[in-house]
Design a protein around this ligand. Structure first.
Ligand code: NAI
Ligand code: MG
Length: 479
């Protein structure tokens, strides 16, 4: 009897279309870099070269910005409904090519295919769908009496932890508001942004509306410094964010920064502990902990500390570390060797400063960059592991006795991007959430995202919001 279901290959078996060498995507065309230089992008799970990508220098950035300016003349004059039509096309194409994009994301960056398949790619499409819907409703995004106008040419610099998703967070609202873009992907993970450029070319988006210039920090710096850019949107390290802020000061360019974090995940003794353990695991081990909003400081009420540590010790032993393309993998590869070295260095500092290190026992693949799920107990708030962003699968556990102490410890950080609270008591949840100085607070859950919900930081975690109606304001000039 014929089956009603068509055969669909498992995502990890889909082979992405790969070129040996990628040029820059400028003015709707693939072009060679003026620099004539190329960089390699490797697979961090086995250290093999995947492809070469162009190294864009200041001259290439200049070409891209000029193309974006020309593109702006056209794009900003289209009817909002036409702009929406194009953005919907991008959203649909991402959905149609989701398997291939998921494999590409995991291959280039090391994240588990389950996460790229179920989170990164669908959430990227969701952002384009969401903001496509806003394109012809912008007057409802601003206060009555104001006219919403695009800003102009936007330089967007994205990191390597969620390569396609961060591109989507930035591109979708910018395009919906009528801006044009020069996008600079991160050096270790350029491939999904380049696949997106191909999607944009095939969707017949007018030339120059989206330009993709690959390269390194100096490429990003050239974009920041270019006179033809009206706005910079950056996600990445706090150090680079500060450099960008200094360079932009006094230029009249607009700026949004989404930087690092050291989120507190606060667990009270009355919390549903089974759920809390899963939330803790999701909070710190998702994407190998390469997450700006990771719940990297676990604040536990003293009475349940030993119970939680015992449960967590067992739970991390069940996480499967290995090939990112295996759908059973929980912990994939660390994104790059420098990142692995940074994690190791901070872990050594934790041990030296006297904290107790617990790590899942597992065999590491012979090649590639891997670090097993780990946590520290006996952590002092002064320890580096309690203060600095590790950006790896390493949790610091700290205790508290009262809600006031929990808040004081949670807010005792230069960062303020996200936080979590676990308690069965609704009023306590609300009270804690109100007193935490963090852009996003998750109650009895962690790492939940939706395009309609604004995301962004306080203090050294940056400023500006991405997502929701707030995200539109960052790409509009009011008249
Ligand atoms: P990074 O901040 O150097 O890189 C992010 C992006 O900025 C990349 O596209 C890079 O090419 C670009 N860039 C670098 N220097 C620039 C400059 N001077 N001007 C303009 N653009 C520039 O981050 P990196 O070195 O890859 O990671 C270091 C640490 O930063 C990580 O260990 C982590 O703690 C943190 N980080 C935080 C992220 C977040 O989502 N908040 C994302 C990536 C890193
Ligand atoms: Mg790579």
């Amino acid at each position: 009897m014929a089956t009603a279901f068509a055969y669909a290959p498992a995502p990890e078996r889909v082979r992405p279309h790969l070129r040996e060498r990628y040029g820059l995507f400028i003015d709707g065309k693939w072009v060679s870099p003026k620099s004539e230089r190329y960089m390699e992008t490797i697979n961090p799970a086995d250290e093999t070269k995947i492809a070469e990508v162009a190294y864009g220098d200041a001259e290439d950035v200049d070409r891209a910005v000029r193309a974006a300016r020309k593109g702006f003349e056209r794009w900003s004059k289209l009817t909002a409904a036409d702009r929406a039509k194009y953005i919907y096309r991008i959203a649909r194409a991402i959905t149609e090519r989701s398997r291939e994009l998921a494999v590409l994301e995991s291959l280039d960056g090391g994240k588990p295919i389950r996460e790229s398949r179920d989170f990164d790619i669908p959430t990227s499409a969701a952002h384009f769908f969401y903001y496509a819907g806003w394109a012809d409703k912008l007057e409802w995004a601003v206060r009555a009496g104001h006219v919403a106008k695009p800003i102009g040419v936007c330089g967007q610099i994205v990191p390597w932890n969620f390569p396609l998703l961060m591109a989507a967070w930035k591109l979708a609202p910018a395009l919906a508001c009528g801006n044009t873009v020069v996008l600079k992907p991160a050096e270790t993970t350029p491939l999904t942004a380049l696949a997106l450029a191909q999607i944009i070319a095939e969707a017949d988006i007018p030339p120059g509306v989206v330009n993709v210039v690959t390269g390194d920090g100096s490429t990003g710096a050239a974009l920041v410094d270019h006179d033809g850019v009206d706005k910079i949107a950056f996600t990445g390290s706090t150090d680079v964010g500060k450099i960008i802020q200094r360079r932009i000061a006094g230029t009249g360019k607009r700026l949004t920064l989404e930087l690092g974090g050291k989120a507190a995940n606060v667990v009270f003794e009355d919390a549903p502990l089974d759920q809390a353990i899963e939330g803790i695991v999701q909070g710190i081990y998702f994407n190998q902990g390469h997450v700006c909003c990771a719940g990297s400081r676990l604040l536990v009420e003293e009475s349940v500390h030993d119970d939680i540590v015992a449960r967590l010790t067992d739970r991390i032993q069940t996480l499967r570390l290995g090939d990112p393309l295996d759908k059973n993998t929980d912990i994939g590869a660390i994104n790059s060797l420098p990142q692995l070295e940074k994690i190791r260095e901070l872990v050594s500092s934790g041990i030296e400063q006297g904290a107790t290190f617990v790590q899942a026992e597992c065999e590491l693949p012979k090649r590639g960059y891997f670090f097993p799920a780990s946590f520290f107990t006996n952590v002092q708030t002064s320890h580096r592991i309690a203060r600095e962003e590790i950006f790896g699968p390493v949790l610091a556990i700290i205790t508290f006795r009262t809600p006031d102490e929990a808040i004081e410890k949670a807010n005792n950080t230069p960062y303020g991007l996200s936080a979590g609270v676990w308690t069965a008591e609704g009023s306590k949840n609300m009270w804690i959430a109100q007193h935490l100085r963090a852009g996003v607070v998750w109650c009895n859950t962690f790492n939940k995202f939706d395009p309609s919900s604004p995301f962004g930081g306080y203090k050294e975690s940056g400023f500006g919001r991405e997502g929701g109606v707030h995200g539109l304001h960052e790409y509009l000039a009011l008249a």
